[in-house]
Design a binder for this molecule. Structure first.
Ligand code: HEC
Length: 439
C-alpha cells in the first residue's frame, strides 16, 4: 500500500507541471468518477453519511477524498487481490485515483458546467423491480437506548404454488437502526401470528453480558438472503438460477435492531423477482459456522490472534459463486480454501483485514467448480487485544452471541446446483475441532 501511495505521489509531481495547461476540474474530471464509483452509497438515503452529487456537496471533502482513495479505504473492498476475481469489485483505476488527488491538491476547482455529465438517474427505493413485496404490516418500535434482542417476524407470501424467485432485495424502513436482516423460507405453522414481531427476553448484566445459560443463536443454515450495511440485492439472474419458495411456505425475517440514541420505528420490506419458467439452476446459500459452545468458542482476553475454523464436504458437484464472511467487532481475518481429495489446495477468498462495519458479499466472476468429495475450509482469526481499535473490552473473554460485543464466525457462501437437487444434500457439515488458541 505504501509503495502505491509513493508511486501516485511521484506521478502527481510529474503531471503537476502540466496542470496549468489542463487543470483538473470537478465538472469535467471528478464528477464522472464519483458517479461511477461512489454515488451508489454517497447519495441521499443510502448508507454513506454525506452525498457526493454536486460541487457544493463534494468541495469540503476534497482532502478527505484524496486520503480515502490513496489508502484504498474508499471505495470499501477487502478481498486480497492475489486470489479470485470478483464481478462486484470496485473499478477505481490508478489513473482515477490520480485525478482525484490532483484535483484536491490543485485547489479543487469547479470548472465549466458545460463539461458536466448528466446526473445519474438513481433508482428511488428498489434496485430490483420486484414482482412480489412482503412487508411488515405495522411498525416495530425501536427504543433510543439499550439492547434489542434479535427480533423475528413471520409474513405471508400470498403464493399458492411452488415459486422460483430470481432476486431478493431487503429494504429496511429505517436503515439507521436496522443492523442486519436475515430472510428464511419456513413451512407454514397454523399457530403463527402473522406480522407480530417477537423479541425474546435475554437476561443481561449492566455490561450487556448474558446472565445464565447462553441463548442459542440463529439457525444459519436456513437462511436464504441477508441484508447488511453495504450489501446489494442478491441477484441470481445472471447465473440463470433461482431459489424455490415451496407452496405453503412463509417468509421469516430475523432483524437485528441497534438503538442509535433516538426513539424510532421500522417497517422492513423484502422484494422478489419471480421466474416465469423454472430456471436451470438452483442457488443454495450455505452457512458453515465455527463450533459455538462455550468450550470451543471462547476468545481469551487480550489474545491478538485467536483462531477457529469450520468446514463442509461436498456430497455432489456444485459451483461456488458467492462468499460472505461474517464476524463481529473482534473479527480479524478469514480465508476460504477449497481442498481437493488429492490434497491440492486452492485459496478462493482471503479477507486479510476484516472490518465489521463492512459486511460485504464477494461475487465470483466465474463459478468455481467444487466436485463431490472436495472440502471448503474457512479459517478465521480474532483480535481480542487492546490493539484492535474496535474492541469494546480487551479485558474479558468473549463467547458466541448475537450482539456485536459478543462474537460469531459464519463462513457464508453460495453455490449453484441443478434445479432438481435437494438443497439439504449439497454438503455435509463436518465440523473441524477448534485449533488450540494461540497466545
Ligand atoms: C459501499 C458504499 C460506499 C462506496 C461505494 C463509497 N463509499 Fe465512501 N463512505 C461510505 C460510508 C458508509 C462512509 C462512512 C463510514 C466510514 O467512514 O467508514 C464513507 C466515508 C467516506 C469518506 C470519509 C472518510 C473518513 O475517513 O472519514 C470519504 C472521503 C469517502 N467515503 C469517499 C468515497 C469516495 C471518493 C468513493 C468513491 C471512489 C466512495 N467513498 C465510495 C460508503 C461508501
Amino acid at each position: 500500500m505504501k509503495g502505491f501511495a509513493l508511486a501516485a505521489a511521484w506521478v502527481w509531481a510529474w503531471s503537476g507541471s502540466m496542470a496549468a495547461a489542463t487543470p483538473v476540474t470537478f465538472d469535467k474530471d471528478v464528477l464522472p468518477i464519483l458517479q461511477k464509483n461512489c454515488q451508489s452509497c454517497h447519495r441521499p438515503g443510502e448508507i454513506a453519511p454525506m452525498p457526493f452529487l454536486s460541487y457544493q456537496d463534494v468541495r469540503p471533502y476534497a482532502k478527505a477524498i484524496k486520503a480515502a482513495v490513496l489508502t484504498r479505504k474508499m471505495p470499501p473492498w477487502f478481498a486480497d487481490q492475489s486470489y479470485g476475481h470478483w464481478s462486484n469489485a470496485p473499478t477505481l483505476t490508478s489513473a482515477e485515483v490520480q485525478t482525484l488527488v490532483e484535483w484536491a491538491d490543485d485547489g479543487a476547482a469547479e470548472g465549466d458546467p458545460r463539461d458536466k455529465p448528466a446526473p445519474v438517474a438513481w433508482p428511488e427505493g428498489w434496485t430490483i423491480r420486484p414482482d412480489l413485496i412482503v412487508r411488515m404490516p405495522k411498525p416495530f418500535h425501536v427504543p433510543a437506548k439499550g439492547t434489542v434482542e434479535l427480533t423475528t417476524v413471520v409474513l405471508p407470501t400470498g403464493l399458492t404454488k411452488d415459486t422460483w424467485v430470481t432476486s431478493i432485495e431487503v429494504r429496511p424502513g429505517n436503515a439507521r437502526v436496522v443492523h442486519h436482516v436475515a430472510v428464511s423460507f419456513v413451512p407454514h405453522d397454523p399457530a403463527v401470528n402473522y406480522g407480530e414481531p417477537e423479541t425474546p427476553v435475554v437476561l443481561r448484566d449492566a455490561n450487556g453480558d448474558q446472565i445464565g445459560p447462553r441463548v442459542a443463536a440463529e439457525n444459519f443454515s436456513a437462511l436464504e438472503a441477508v441484508f447488511l450495511p453495504g450489501s446489494a440485492p442478491m441477484d441470481f439472474r445472471s447465473y440463470n438460477a433461482g431459489k424455490l419458495i415451496p407452496a405453503g411456505y412463509d417468509i421469516l425475517l430475523q432483524i437485528h435492531y441497534t438503538a442509535d440514541g433516538e426513539e424510532t420505528e421500522d417497517q422492513t420490506q423484502v422484494g422478489f423477482t419471480i421466474a416465469k419458467e423454472p430456471p436451470a439452476k438452483r442457488f443454495v446459500t450455505l452457512a458453515p459456522a465455527a463450533p459455538r459452545d462455550e468450550q470451543s468458542f471462547r476468545i481469551p482476553a487480550g489474545d491478538p490472534s485467536w483462531e477457529t475454523s469450520t468446514e463442509v464436504e461436498f456430497k455432489q458437484n456444485a459451483e461456488i459463486v458467492w462468499f460472505a464472511p461474517h464476524m463481529h467487532l473482534r473479527g480479524k481475518d478469514m480465508t476460504y480454501t477449497l481442498e481437493l481429495p488429492n490434497g491440492e489446495k486452492q485459496i478462493l477468498l482471503r479477507v486479510p483485514k476484516y472490518d465489521f462495519n463492512w459486511q460485504l458479499g464477494y461475487n465470483a466472476e466465474r463459478p468455481v467448480e467444487a466436485r463431490k468429495g472436495a472440502k471448503l475450509v474457512a479459517v478465521a482469526h480474532f483480535d481480542n487485544s487492546a490493539n484492535n481499535k474496535f474492541n469494546p473490552n480487551p479485558n474479558k473473554d468473549v463467547f458466541w452471541g448475537d450482539q456485536t460485543w459478543e462474537e460469531m464466525m459464519v463462513a457464508w457462501f453460495g453455490v449453484l446446483v441443478d434445479r432438481s437437487a435437494d438443497p439439504r444434500k449439497v454438503v455435509r457439515y463436518s465440523r473441524r475441532q477448534n485449533a488450540v488458541p494461540r497466545g
